[in-house]
Design a protein around this ligand. Structure first.
Ligand SMILES: Cc1cc2nc3c(=O)[nH]c(=O)nc-3n(C[C@H](O)[C@H](O)[C@H](O)COP(=O)(O)OP(=O)(O)OC[C@H]3O[C@@H](n4cnc5c(N)ncnc54)[C@H](O)[C@@H]3O)c2cc1C
Length: 386
Protein backbone atom coordinates (compact mmCIF):
# COMPACT_ATOMS: atom_id res chain seq x y z
CA UNK A 1 0.00 0.00 0.00
CA UNK A 2 1.43 3.35 -1.10
CA UNK A 3 0.57 6.32 1.14
CA UNK A 4 2.39 8.92 -0.97
CA UNK A 5 0.69 11.30 -3.37
CA UNK A 6 1.31 11.03 -7.11
CA UNK A 7 3.37 13.76 -8.81
CA UNK A 8 0.27 15.30 -10.37
CA UNK A 9 -1.73 15.19 -7.11
CA UNK A 10 1.15 16.89 -5.31
CA UNK A 11 1.47 19.54 -8.02
CA UNK A 12 -2.26 20.24 -7.86
CA UNK A 13 -2.15 20.54 -4.07
CA UNK A 14 0.81 22.93 -4.31
CA UNK A 15 -0.99 25.10 -6.82
CA UNK A 16 -4.09 25.33 -4.59
CA UNK A 17 -1.85 26.09 -1.60
CA UNK A 18 -0.29 28.95 -3.55
CA UNK A 19 -3.70 30.25 -4.63
CA UNK A 20 -4.98 30.14 -1.04
CA UNK A 21 -1.92 31.97 0.29
CA UNK A 22 -2.22 34.68 -2.37
CA UNK A 23 -5.98 35.24 -2.37
CA UNK A 24 -7.54 33.84 0.81
CA UNK A 25 -5.21 34.08 3.81
CA UNK A 26 -5.55 37.85 4.12
CA UNK A 27 -9.00 38.72 5.42
CA UNK A 28 -9.71 35.24 6.82
CA UNK A 29 -10.73 36.63 10.23
CA UNK A 30 -13.14 39.23 8.82
CA UNK A 31 -14.69 36.69 6.46
CA UNK A 32 -15.38 34.30 9.34
CA UNK A 33 -17.39 36.92 11.18
CA UNK A 34 -19.46 38.03 8.18
CA UNK A 35 -22.73 36.03 8.03
CA UNK A 36 -23.13 36.51 4.28
CA UNK A 37 -21.61 34.43 1.51
CA UNK A 38 -18.13 35.70 0.46
CA UNK A 39 -18.74 36.40 -3.23
CA UNK A 40 -15.27 37.86 -3.74
CA UNK A 41 -13.81 34.45 -2.85
CA UNK A 42 -16.29 32.70 -5.18
CA UNK A 43 -15.15 34.82 -8.11
CA UNK A 44 -11.45 34.24 -7.36
CA UNK A 45 -12.04 30.49 -7.15
CA UNK A 46 -14.08 30.41 -10.34
CA UNK A 47 -11.35 32.30 -12.23
CA UNK A 48 -8.74 29.87 -10.91
CA UNK A 49 -10.81 26.88 -12.13
CA UNK A 50 -11.59 25.76 -8.60
CA UNK A 51 -15.33 25.45 -9.21
CA UNK A 52 -16.44 22.20 -10.80
CA UNK A 53 -13.20 20.39 -10.02
CA UNK A 54 -15.04 17.04 -10.31
CA UNK A 55 -17.26 18.05 -13.22
CA UNK A 56 -16.55 16.50 -16.64
CA UNK A 57 -14.73 18.87 -18.98
CA UNK A 58 -17.71 18.65 -21.36
CA UNK A 59 -19.82 20.30 -18.62
CA UNK A 60 -17.26 23.06 -18.06
CA UNK A 61 -15.45 21.39 -15.16
CA UNK A 62 -11.88 20.26 -14.62
CA UNK A 63 -12.59 16.52 -14.90
CA UNK A 64 -10.82 15.85 -11.60
CA UNK A 65 -11.48 13.24 -8.94
CA UNK A 66 -13.20 13.43 -5.57
CA UNK A 67 -9.78 12.93 -4.00
CA UNK A 68 -8.38 16.03 -5.73
CA UNK A 69 -11.38 18.03 -4.51
CA UNK A 70 -10.67 16.85 -0.95
CA UNK A 71 -7.00 17.86 -1.22
CA UNK A 72 -7.99 21.29 -2.54
CA UNK A 73 -10.54 21.83 0.19
CA UNK A 74 -8.00 21.01 2.90
CA UNK A 75 -5.56 23.61 1.53
CA UNK A 76 -8.24 26.26 1.24
CA UNK A 77 -9.54 25.65 4.76
CA UNK A 78 -6.05 25.85 6.24
CA UNK A 79 -5.58 29.32 4.73
CA UNK A 80 -9.12 30.60 5.32
CA UNK A 81 -11.65 28.39 7.12
CA UNK A 82 -14.69 30.30 5.83
CA UNK A 83 -13.52 30.01 2.22
CA UNK A 84 -13.83 26.23 2.46
CA UNK A 85 -17.62 26.76 2.49
CA UNK A 86 -17.29 28.54 -0.86
CA UNK A 87 -15.37 25.60 -2.27
CA UNK A 88 -18.11 23.35 -0.89
CA UNK A 89 -20.78 25.37 -2.70
CA UNK A 90 -18.89 25.22 -6.00
CA UNK A 91 -18.03 21.53 -5.90
CA UNK A 92 -20.00 19.49 -3.37
CA UNK A 93 -23.56 19.92 -2.06
CA UNK A 94 -26.42 20.78 -4.38
CA UNK A 95 -23.88 21.58 -7.09
CA UNK A 96 -22.71 17.97 -7.23
CA UNK A 97 -26.23 16.50 -7.21
CA UNK A 98 -27.17 18.81 -10.07
CA UNK A 99 -24.04 17.80 -11.95
CA UNK A 100 -24.99 14.17 -11.60
CA UNK A 101 -28.69 14.27 -12.48
CA UNK A 102 -29.62 17.56 -14.19
CA UNK A 103 -30.91 17.41 -17.77
CA UNK A 104 -28.82 19.13 -20.47
CA UNK A 105 -31.29 22.03 -20.43
CA UNK A 106 -31.04 22.37 -16.64
CA UNK A 107 -27.26 22.26 -16.84
CA UNK A 108 -27.22 24.97 -19.48
CA UNK A 109 -29.54 27.17 -17.44
CA UNK A 110 -27.97 26.72 -14.00
CA UNK A 111 -24.37 25.69 -14.42
CA UNK A 112 -22.85 28.60 -16.30
CA UNK A 113 -23.51 31.11 -13.48
CA UNK A 114 -22.61 28.54 -10.81
CA UNK A 115 -19.29 27.82 -12.49
CA UNK A 116 -18.54 31.53 -12.82
CA UNK A 117 -19.04 32.00 -9.07
CA UNK A 118 -21.91 34.40 -9.71
CA UNK A 119 -24.60 32.22 -8.14
CA UNK A 120 -24.89 29.37 -5.65
CA UNK A 121 -27.33 26.51 -5.17
CA UNK A 122 -28.72 25.31 -1.83
CA UNK A 123 -30.14 21.99 -0.64
CA UNK A 124 -33.56 22.10 1.06
CA UNK A 125 -34.38 18.73 2.53
CA UNK A 126 -34.98 19.25 6.26
CA UNK A 127 -38.50 20.09 7.46
CA UNK A 128 -39.91 20.88 10.91
CA UNK A 129 -41.07 17.25 11.31
CA UNK A 130 -38.42 15.58 9.14
CA UNK A 131 -34.83 15.96 10.33
CA UNK A 132 -32.88 12.73 10.77
CA UNK A 133 -36.05 10.98 9.57
CA UNK A 134 -35.84 12.88 6.31
CA UNK A 135 -38.08 10.43 4.45
CA UNK A 136 -40.94 11.71 6.66
CA UNK A 137 -40.88 14.91 4.60
CA UNK A 138 -44.29 16.35 3.77
CA UNK A 139 -43.61 18.89 1.03
CA UNK A 140 -45.65 17.70 -1.94
CA UNK A 141 -45.48 18.11 -5.70
CA UNK A 142 -48.88 17.36 -7.22
CA UNK A 143 -49.51 17.25 -10.99
CA UNK A 144 -51.08 20.37 -12.49
CA UNK A 145 -51.30 20.70 -16.27
CA UNK A 146 -47.79 20.73 -17.74
CA UNK A 147 -46.10 20.79 -14.33
CA UNK A 148 -46.61 20.43 -10.60
CA UNK A 149 -47.79 22.47 -7.63
CA UNK A 150 -45.37 22.58 -4.71
CA UNK A 151 -46.71 22.95 -1.15
CA UNK A 152 -44.87 22.72 2.14
CA UNK A 153 -41.95 24.23 4.04
CA UNK A 154 -38.26 23.69 4.79
CA UNK A 155 -35.92 24.73 7.59
CA UNK A 156 -32.17 25.00 8.21
CA UNK A 157 -31.18 25.55 4.56
CA UNK A 158 -27.56 26.75 4.46
CA UNK A 159 -27.00 29.89 2.33
CA UNK A 160 -30.76 30.57 2.18
CA UNK A 161 -30.39 34.29 1.60
CA UNK A 162 -27.65 33.99 -1.01
CA UNK A 163 -28.84 31.01 -3.05
CA UNK A 164 -30.35 31.58 -6.47
CA UNK A 165 -31.61 28.05 -6.89
CA UNK A 166 -32.91 25.59 -4.28
CA UNK A 167 -32.79 21.84 -4.76
CA UNK A 168 -35.99 20.97 -2.89
CA UNK A 169 -36.67 17.41 -1.78
CA UNK A 170 -40.37 16.72 -2.17
CA UNK A 171 -42.95 14.03 -2.38
CA UNK A 172 -44.61 12.97 -5.65
CA UNK A 173 -46.28 10.00 -3.96
CA UNK A 174 -46.36 8.06 -0.68
CA UNK A 175 -43.40 6.44 1.09
CA UNK A 176 -39.69 6.71 0.36
CA UNK A 177 -40.38 5.61 -3.22
CA UNK A 178 -42.52 8.72 -3.70
CA UNK A 179 -39.66 11.15 -2.98
CA UNK A 180 -37.92 13.17 -5.69
CA UNK A 181 -36.76 16.76 -6.08
CA UNK A 182 -37.48 19.98 -7.92
CA UNK A 183 -35.58 23.21 -8.55
CA UNK A 184 -37.03 26.42 -7.14
CA UNK A 185 -35.80 29.95 -7.82
CA UNK A 186 -36.39 33.06 -5.69
CA UNK A 187 -39.19 35.17 -7.10
CA UNK A 188 -41.38 32.26 -8.17
CA UNK A 189 -44.99 33.01 -7.27
CA UNK A 190 -45.96 31.50 -3.91
CA UNK A 191 -42.36 31.02 -2.75
CA UNK A 192 -41.17 33.11 0.20
CA UNK A 193 -38.51 33.15 2.91
CA UNK A 194 -39.19 33.50 6.63
CA UNK A 195 -37.25 35.80 8.94
CA UNK A 196 -33.54 35.04 9.32
CA UNK A 197 -32.37 32.96 12.29
CA UNK A 198 -28.77 32.57 13.38
CA UNK A 199 -26.75 29.44 14.04
CA UNK A 200 -24.01 29.16 16.68
CA UNK A 201 -21.53 29.33 13.77
CA UNK A 202 -22.74 32.85 12.93
CA UNK A 203 -24.45 31.89 9.65
CA UNK A 204 -28.05 32.76 8.94
CA UNK A 205 -30.83 30.57 7.64
CA UNK A 206 -34.47 31.24 6.83
CA UNK A 207 -37.44 28.92 6.58
CA UNK A 208 -38.68 28.34 3.03
CA UNK A 209 -42.44 28.41 2.37
CA UNK A 210 -44.02 26.99 -0.77
CA UNK A 211 -47.63 27.98 -1.26
CA UNK A 212 -48.91 26.37 -4.46
CA UNK A 213 -45.72 27.23 -6.36
CA UNK A 214 -46.01 26.18 -10.01
CA UNK A 215 -43.06 23.98 -11.02
CA UNK A 216 -42.80 23.52 -14.78
CA UNK A 217 -41.83 20.00 -15.83
CA UNK A 218 -38.41 21.35 -16.87
CA UNK A 219 -37.60 22.17 -13.22
CA UNK A 220 -38.12 18.63 -11.95
CA UNK A 221 -34.69 17.18 -11.15
CA UNK A 222 -35.70 13.67 -10.05
CA UNK A 223 -39.24 12.31 -10.03
CA UNK A 224 -40.58 9.68 -7.61
CA UNK A 225 -38.00 6.94 -7.09
CA UNK A 226 -35.23 9.56 -7.03
CA UNK A 227 -34.46 9.44 -3.33
CA UNK A 228 -31.63 6.88 -3.51
CA UNK A 229 -29.99 8.89 -6.29
CA UNK A 230 -30.32 12.09 -4.28
CA UNK A 231 -28.70 10.44 -1.28
CA UNK A 232 -25.91 9.11 -3.52
CA UNK A 233 -25.27 12.72 -4.55
CA UNK A 234 -25.66 13.84 -0.95
CA UNK A 235 -22.89 11.45 0.09
CA UNK A 236 -20.50 13.71 -1.78
CA UNK A 237 -21.80 16.61 0.32
CA UNK A 238 -20.99 14.52 3.40
CA UNK A 239 -17.40 14.17 2.17
CA UNK A 240 -17.26 17.96 1.97
CA UNK A 241 -18.63 18.20 5.50
CA UNK A 242 -16.03 15.67 6.75
CA UNK A 243 -13.16 17.38 4.94
CA UNK A 244 -13.96 20.78 6.40
CA UNK A 245 -14.35 19.38 9.92
CA UNK A 246 -10.98 17.69 9.64
CA UNK A 247 -9.25 20.68 8.06
CA UNK A 248 -10.58 23.13 10.63
CA UNK A 249 -9.42 20.77 13.38
CA UNK A 250 -5.99 20.76 11.75
CA UNK A 251 -6.09 24.56 11.56
CA UNK A 252 -6.67 24.69 15.33
CA UNK A 253 -3.97 22.10 15.99
CA UNK A 254 -1.39 24.18 14.11
CA UNK A 255 -2.42 27.37 15.90
CA UNK A 256 -2.15 25.62 19.28
CA UNK A 257 1.20 24.08 18.40
CA UNK A 258 2.63 27.48 17.46
CA UNK A 259 1.16 28.99 20.64
CA UNK A 260 2.56 26.23 22.87
CA UNK A 261 6.00 26.86 21.42
CA UNK A 262 6.08 30.56 22.25
CA UNK A 263 3.74 31.18 25.19
CA UNK A 264 5.62 30.90 28.52
CA UNK A 265 4.15 30.23 31.97
CA UNK A 266 6.03 29.28 35.13
CA UNK A 267 9.20 30.27 33.28
CA UNK A 268 8.93 27.69 30.47
CA UNK A 269 7.11 27.27 27.16
CA UNK A 270 3.71 25.58 27.41
CA UNK A 271 4.91 22.72 25.22
CA UNK A 272 7.17 21.53 28.03
CA UNK A 273 4.17 20.62 30.24
CA UNK A 274 3.36 16.95 29.82
CA UNK A 275 -0.36 17.56 30.45
CA UNK A 276 -0.41 19.58 27.22
CA UNK A 277 1.97 17.31 25.27
CA UNK A 278 -0.51 14.46 25.68
CA UNK A 279 -3.28 16.60 24.24
CA UNK A 280 -1.13 17.11 21.15
CA UNK A 281 -0.41 13.39 20.92
CA UNK A 282 -4.13 12.54 21.10
CA UNK A 283 -5.06 15.23 18.57
CA UNK A 284 -2.40 14.09 16.10
CA UNK A 285 -3.50 10.44 16.25
CA UNK A 286 -7.18 11.35 15.85
CA UNK A 287 -6.56 13.75 12.95
CA UNK A 288 -4.29 11.36 11.04
CA UNK A 289 -6.60 8.37 11.56
CA UNK A 290 -9.61 10.36 10.36
CA UNK A 291 -7.66 11.62 7.35
CA UNK A 292 -6.88 8.04 6.31
CA UNK A 293 -10.59 7.15 6.42
CA UNK A 294 -11.44 10.28 4.47
CA UNK A 295 -8.84 9.59 1.80
CA UNK A 296 -10.01 5.98 1.55
CA UNK A 297 -13.59 7.10 0.96
CA UNK A 298 -12.45 9.58 -1.69
CA UNK A 299 -9.97 7.32 -3.49
CA UNK A 300 -12.41 4.41 -3.66
CA UNK A 301 -15.11 6.62 -5.23
CA UNK A 302 -14.13 5.38 -8.66
CA UNK A 303 -17.19 6.77 -10.46
CA UNK A 304 -17.16 9.95 -8.38
CA UNK A 305 -19.87 8.76 -5.99
CA UNK A 306 -18.38 7.32 -2.80
CA UNK A 307 -19.48 4.18 -0.98
CA UNK A 308 -22.05 5.08 1.74
CA UNK A 309 -20.32 2.97 4.38
CA UNK A 310 -16.93 4.56 3.62
CA UNK A 311 -18.54 7.98 3.85
CA UNK A 312 -20.33 7.27 7.14
CA UNK A 313 -17.07 6.12 8.72
CA UNK A 314 -15.11 9.06 7.32
CA UNK A 315 -17.69 11.64 8.38
CA UNK A 316 -17.99 10.20 11.87
CA UNK A 317 -14.19 10.08 12.32
CA UNK A 318 -13.54 13.53 10.84
CA UNK A 319 -16.32 15.22 12.82
CA UNK A 320 -15.01 13.66 16.03
CA UNK A 321 -11.34 14.34 15.31
CA UNK A 322 -12.03 17.91 14.21
CA UNK A 323 -14.04 18.55 17.36
CA UNK A 324 -11.40 17.01 19.63
CA UNK A 325 -8.66 19.06 17.99
CA UNK A 326 -10.60 22.33 18.12
CA UNK A 327 -11.67 21.81 21.72
CA UNK A 328 -8.25 20.73 23.02
CA UNK A 329 -6.47 23.43 21.01
CA UNK A 330 -8.71 26.01 22.61
CA UNK A 331 -7.83 24.61 26.02
CA UNK A 332 -4.10 24.74 25.22
CA UNK A 333 -4.45 28.35 24.11
CA UNK A 334 -6.43 29.47 27.16
CA UNK A 335 -8.18 32.84 26.84
CA UNK A 336 -6.40 33.50 23.55
CA UNK A 337 -8.08 30.45 22.00
CA UNK A 338 -11.48 31.44 23.36
CA UNK A 339 -11.22 34.98 22.01
CA UNK A 340 -12.49 36.23 18.64
CA UNK A 341 -9.12 37.75 17.76
CA UNK A 342 -8.18 34.32 16.41
CA UNK A 343 -10.11 31.73 14.42
CA UNK A 344 -9.90 28.80 16.83
CA UNK A 345 -13.22 29.60 18.50
CA UNK A 346 -14.80 30.04 15.05
CA UNK A 347 -13.51 26.64 13.90
CA UNK A 348 -14.90 25.03 17.04
CA UNK A 349 -18.33 26.55 16.41
CA UNK A 350 -18.29 25.47 12.76
CA UNK A 351 -17.24 21.90 13.49
CA UNK A 352 -19.95 21.59 16.13
CA UNK A 353 -22.58 22.25 13.47
CA UNK A 354 -21.17 19.61 11.11
CA UNK A 355 -21.63 16.98 13.82
CA UNK A 356 -25.39 17.58 13.36
CA UNK A 357 -25.63 18.62 9.69
CA UNK A 358 -25.48 16.25 6.74
CA UNK A 359 -26.45 13.25 8.87
CA UNK A 360 -25.70 13.48 12.58
CA UNK A 361 -23.02 11.44 14.33
CA UNK A 362 -25.73 9.10 15.57
CA UNK A 363 -27.16 8.56 12.09
CA UNK A 364 -23.66 7.84 10.80
CA UNK A 365 -23.22 5.21 13.52
CA UNK A 366 -26.59 3.67 12.61
CA UNK A 367 -25.38 3.41 9.01
CA UNK A 368 -22.02 1.93 10.05
CA UNK A 369 -23.80 -0.71 12.18
CA UNK A 370 -25.96 -1.67 9.19
CA UNK A 371 -22.79 -2.20 7.18
CA UNK A 372 -21.24 -4.28 9.95
CA UNK A 373 -24.24 -6.61 10.29
CA UNK A 374 -25.18 -6.55 6.62
CA UNK A 375 -28.82 -5.75 7.24
CA UNK A 376 -31.02 -2.73 7.83
CA UNK A 377 -32.25 -1.71 11.27
CA UNK A 378 -35.51 0.20 10.75
CA UNK A 379 -35.71 3.05 13.24
CA UNK A 380 -39.46 3.44 13.00
CA UNK A 381 -42.03 1.51 15.06
CA UNK A 382 -43.14 -1.67 13.22
CA UNK A 383 -46.63 -0.24 12.66
CA UNK A 384 -45.17 2.79 10.82
CA UNK A 385 -42.95 1.41 8.05
CA UNK A 386 -41.75 3.63 5.19
C1 LIG B 1 -24.99 23.93 10.51
C2 LIG B 1 -26.14 23.22 9.90
C3 LIG B 1 -26.36 23.33 8.54
C4 LIG B 1 -27.45 22.67 7.95
N1 LIG B 1 -27.68 22.84 6.61
C5 LIG B 1 -28.76 22.24 6.04
C6 LIG B 1 -29.05 22.44 4.65
O1 LIG B 1 -28.33 23.13 3.92
N2 LIG B 1 -30.17 21.86 4.14
C7 LIG B 1 -31.01 21.08 4.90
O2 LIG B 1 -31.97 20.57 4.38
N3 LIG B 1 -30.74 20.88 6.23
C8 LIG B 1 -29.65 21.44 6.80
N4 LIG B 1 -29.39 21.25 8.15
C9 LIG B 1 -30.30 20.44 8.92
C10 LIG B 1 -29.72 19.08 9.28
O3 LIG B 1 -29.68 18.24 8.15
C11 LIG B 1 -30.53 18.51 10.44
O4 LIG B 1 -30.33 19.36 11.54
C12 LIG B 1 -30.13 17.08 10.78
O5 LIG B 1 -30.52 16.19 9.76
C13 LIG B 1 -30.74 16.63 12.11
O6 LIG B 1 -32.12 16.85 12.12
P1 LIG B 1 -32.78 17.64 13.37
O7 LIG B 1 -32.02 18.87 13.60
O8 LIG B 1 -34.23 17.75 13.06
O9 LIG B 1 -32.56 16.70 14.61
P2 LIG B 1 -33.42 15.41 15.00
O10 LIG B 1 -33.60 14.54 13.81
O11 LIG B 1 -34.63 15.83 15.75
O12 LIG B 1 -32.43 14.66 15.98
C14 LIG B 1 -32.18 15.12 17.30
C15 LIG B 1 -31.13 14.21 17.93
O13 LIG B 1 -31.61 12.86 17.95
C16 LIG B 1 -30.71 12.01 17.31
N5 LIG B 1 -31.46 10.95 16.62
C17 LIG B 1 -32.52 11.10 15.78
N6 LIG B 1 -32.90 9.90 15.30
C18 LIG B 1 -32.07 8.98 15.83
C19 LIG B 1 -31.93 7.57 15.70
N7 LIG B 1 -32.75 6.85 14.92
N8 LIG B 1 -30.92 6.96 16.38
C20 LIG B 1 -30.10 7.66 17.18
N9 LIG B 1 -30.17 9.01 17.34
C21 LIG B 1 -31.14 9.65 16.65
C22 LIG B 1 -29.96 12.90 16.32
O14 LIG B 1 -28.71 12.36 15.97
C23 LIG B 1 -29.85 14.18 17.13
O15 LIG B 1 -28.74 14.07 18.00
C24 LIG B 1 -28.30 21.89 8.74
C25 LIG B 1 -28.08 21.77 10.10
C26 LIG B 1 -27.01 22.41 10.68
C27 LIG B 1 -26.78 22.27 12.16
Amino acid sequence: MDFSLSESDRAFRESVRGFAARHLAAGALERAHDPRFPWDVARHMALAGLFGVMLPEADGGAGGSLFLAVLAMQEIALACPRSADVFQAGNFGAFRTLAEYATPAQKERFFAPLLKGEKIAAVAMTEPDAGSAVTDLKTTATPDGTGYRLNGSKIFTTNTEDASVFLVYCRFGPGTAGIGSVLVEPGMQGFRLGNPSRYLNGERWCALYFDNVFIPAGLVLLKEGGFQKQIAGFNVERVGNATRALALGEYCFRAAKAHAGTRRQFGRPLMEFQGLQWKFAEMRVALDAAELLLYRAAVRAADGLPDPQDVAMAKFACNQAGWLAANESMQVMGGTGYSQELLVEYCLRKIRGWMIAGGSLEMMKNRIAEGIFGRSFPQRPPDRPR
